[in-house]
Ligand binder design. Structure first.
Ligand code: CP
Length: 322
């Protein structure tokens, strides 16, 4: 693995998951792997879980993590090639990224989409420019369209439950939920991409009409607009809001009827309920579900450490002699 930007960078998902579960039992088993190595974690946007879990994962591998909140503390970066920089941007990524490439062994980046221009966001310009100019492996801490470390943690979490419950082929339902703000499609895109590539689940996506995601990510899933129908027999329900993809970045509905409740969970096979967090209580997900026995959101968030550790270890091993 040279970079970790999407599921396409992963040759073997079950091996990456097994490695993560091994680290969960043996956090310090590779504590010399990252000795004398540094990861730079650049945040253009806020984070709690991604930031802290990546730092902890690096620490377990003996690697130093340096966090830089570029969005708040750094120079405003320009990403467009051949830009005439007469506006607010102060430094071009073409100048900044090679410097970061000399300071660090791995560069990790978090960016969000603008949700204003779909073509721009889906071109993943920010991530691609860092890959182009840094000269070292690049790890996505969430990009404009994908959140691969989250999705790996999601697969790890489902694998744990499958193993403990004896579930062979689960029905996994990704359900849209209401929200007060237009949110990116990243988590839903990425979860869909990973579940499809994983191939070990019957995958259903349910959302209101006109909330279709980009079918490059969802192809292979069954798509239903009837949430009750979708939930029937579910083993896992992943709750997430996203804004519209076609008429980009809009909110068409906030129908509270789409919020998951205990009543709706009765359609499922005692489904475990997942959410990437942060979550808006009683908008996206009800207190009764979040605080009830079906919720595995804390386990899911805790697995972000092992997902990050597994990926960092693979990047360190695969790029050791390069
Ligand atoms: N799920 C997730 O990425 O959380 P943060 O935004 O807090 O990192």
């Amino acid at each position: 693995m040279r970079n970790f930007i999407s599921v396409s960078d992963v040759q073997d998902i079950p091996s990456l998951v097994d490695q993560a579960l091994f680290y969960k039992k043996n956090p310090f088993s590779d504590q010399d792997l990252g000795r004398h190595k540094r990861i730079g974690c650049l945040f253009l946007n806020p984070s709690m879980r991604t930031r802290l879990s990546t730092q902890i994962a690096a620490q377990h591998l003996g690697m130093e993590a340096i966090v830089f909140n570029v969005g708040q503390e750094g120079w405003a970066l320009e990403f467009e090639d051949e830009a005439i920089m007469s506006g607010n941007t102060v430094e071009h990524v073409r100048d900044a990224a090679p410097v970061l490439g000399r300071y660090f062994d791995i560069l990790a980046i978090r960016t969000f989409p603008s949700l204003k221009n779909r073509e721009d966001d889906y071109s993943e310009l920010y991530m691609n420019q860092f890959i182009k100019y840094a000269g070292i492996p690049v790890l996505s801490l969430e990009s404009a369209t994908l959140h691969p470390l989250q999705s790996l943690a999601d697969i790890i979490t489902m694998t744990e439950s499958m193993q403990s419950q004896g579930i062979v082929r689960p029905r996994v339902v990704l359900t849209w939920a209401p929200h007060v703000k237009p949110l990116p499609q990243c988590v839903a895109n990425s979860f869909s991409q990973w579940v499809n590539a994983w191939g070990q689940a019957d995958f259903v996506i349910t959302h209101p009409e006109d909330y279709e995601l980009d079918d490059r990510f969802t192809q292979g899933a069954t798509i239903l607009h009837d949430q009750d129908e979708a939930l029937k027999g579910a083993d896992f329900v992943y709750v997430k809001n996203w804004s519209t993809y076609q008429d980009y970045g809009k909110i068409y509905t906030n129908d509270p009827g789409w919020m998951l409740s205990n009543k709706k969970l009765q359609f499922t096979r005692q489904a475990r309920v997942m959410h990437c967090l942060p979550v808006r209580r009683n908008i996206e997900l009800s207190d009764e579900v979040l605080d009830g026995p079906n919720s595995i959101v804390t386990q899911q968030a805790s697995n972000r450490v092992w997902a990050a550790q597994s990926v960092l270890a693979s990047l360190l091993k695969d790029n050791a002699s390069k």
